[in-house]
Design a protein around this ligand. Structure first.
Ligand SMILES: [Zn+2]
Length: 86
C-alpha cells in the first residue's frame, strides 16, 4: 500500500509519464483513495501545463479579478471622497 510520502516522491515522474505502468497504476490507485494527494497531483499537473503553455485557460484570472476589484474599490473610494465633503 502506497503512502502519501511515497506518492509525493513519485509525483514528478508520474506527471512526466516516465514511470512504469505498474507504479503508475499504484499511484493512480492512491489518488482515487486520497483526496489530498489528488488535489496535489491535479494542481501540480495544471501548474506544469501552464509552464509548458498548454493550458487553455489564462493563468492569472483569479489574480487579475482580485486586482481589478481592488482597483475598483480604490477608484470608487476616490470618487466618493469629494461628494462626502460639503
Ligand atoms: Zn495521499
Amino acid at each position: 500500500m502506497l503512502t502519501c510520502k511515497d506518492f509525493l516522491n513519485e509525483l514528478s515522474d508520474y506527471l512526466d509519464e516516465s514511470i512504469d505502468a505498474e507504479l503508475r497504476a499504484r499511484l493512480e490507485q492512491h489518488i482515487t483513495e486520497c483526496p489530498n494527494c489528488w488535489v496535489i497531483a491535479d494542481t501540480t499537473r495544471r501548474t506544469i501545463q501552464i509552464y509548458k503553455g498548454m493550458d487553455p485557460y489564462p493563468v492569472p484570472t483569479d489574480v487579475e479579478s482580485r486586482l481589478m476589484k481592488a482597483l475598483e474599490k480604490r477608484i470608487a473610494a476616490k470618487k466618493r471622497a469629494p461628494t462626502s465633503l460639503p
